[in-house]
Structure formats: C-alpha cells, structure tokens
Design a protein around this ligand. Sequence first.
Ligand code: C5P
Length: 235
Amino acid sequence: MELLYEGKAKRIYKTDNPNEVICEFKDSLTAFNGEKASQEAGKGALNCAITTLIFEALEKEGIPTHLIKQIDETKQLVKKVEIIPIEVVVRNIAAGSLAKRLGLKEGEKLPFTIVEFYYKNDDLNDPLINDDHAMILNLVDNRKELDLLRDYGRKVNDFLTKFFDKVGLILVDFKIEFGKDENGNIILADEITPDSCRLWDKKTGQKLDKDLFRFNLGDIKEAYTEVLNRLKEVK
Ligand code: C5P
C-alpha cells in the first residue's frame, strides 16, 4: 500500500478509489506535543475498535463521519477528506490545560459545557484561538463553518456523555477533528478514543485515559481494554 501520510498516531494509505483512503491506528503513544513518546503493543487495535464503535453510533445519531468500515484489527476504510486544522475541544469538567490556564481545580464541574478551538500546528504547540484568529489564518472559509464545528462539538458531547454514562464513565472533556469531503461537506474525522478523551470511572474516579501515560499513573492497555469492553455493552 502506498503511504500518503504518517502522523503521531496514524498512517494514511492510498486506495484505488480517489475518494477513499485507509487509516491505520499505530501503537505509538505521545504526549506534550511529542515530548514524551512510547509504544504500547495492541493500543492501535484498541483505539481502532473504540473509534469504529463510537463513529457508527454517531452516524446513527445523524452526525456525519468519515468512516466507511473497519477492515482489519487496526485499519479503517474512510472517506478522503481535507483536514480542517482546528482541534475542537469540548469540556464538561475542569481538567488539563483549562484547569492550569484558569486556576480551576481538577474535577470541578463547569457551570456549562464549553467549546474551544485550538490551531493544529505542532511548531506553535497547538495554541488556543478564537473565531477571529481562525478567520485571519484562513482555517475555514467562513464564520458559519466555525458555528457548525461548535454545533457538531456540542451534539457529539450530548450523545457521548449519555453513551459513556450508561457504562459508568464520566466524559470530562475530549478533542475532535473535522475534514471536508470531495463535495466540501464538513464531516467528523480522525478518532474518538481514550487518547483524545478524558474518561473517569463514575464510582471510583479512576482515570481510564491517556492521562495515565502523561503522568505515569497506570497501565494504558488495561484501561483502554476496560473502556472498549464497557462500550461493547451499550451496543
Ligand atoms: O490538554 P487539554 O486539557 O487541553 O486537553 C483537552 C482534551 O483534548 C483532552 O481530552 C485531551 O486528551 C484532548 N486533546 C487531544 N489532542 C491534543 C490536545 C488535547 O486529544 N492535541
């Protein structure tokens, strides 16, 4: 297969169809913009399965995604999109960079859900941006597209909060990415996994996400397997 692109967590390969590509989930783990890096055998397969399960559920909710189908343990056939270089972060509870930036206590429930945009740019360390910044950087074509990203972010959050709650998990925050398909439609792309979400056990408060790796708090594979097994129960 011809490799089109390799990122920190995924490889993208060409297919015979110009509008479709293969997305492979890698076993690599990175944090703090690649400063901390490691490998975890089997993580790619876990994240591939978790994303497939969630994207299929989101499609049923009317949220368009790039997923066509999962083709093996670590690979999905997906629609080819041009990724919009904006990370859409949705937060329900204070944690991570929000807690640090605003001096909030980790675990504090926010009075309402917030949506943030970050400019996807490794050289700049993915800075927090507002709508004006996105416009002057030409990250989208118009402000309506930014409203759509926010709207999809909230819809994904509304659905996922309930989805995870059913299996005893609290969705603290998450990051999603979008792309434009061949018709210019904005659709959900990339992944939704414990690498890109904060998930806490409802009863014990135990973290079941990448913070385990970021702060050496425990075993990633065990936690991600637990998330996948619980999500399989909802299906
Ligand atoms: O680090 P921060 O608190 O801003 O992260 C918010 C959420 O977005 C977390 O769930 C984190 O895992 C996710 N995120 C991500 N990729 C990034 C930045 C944040 O998946 N580059």
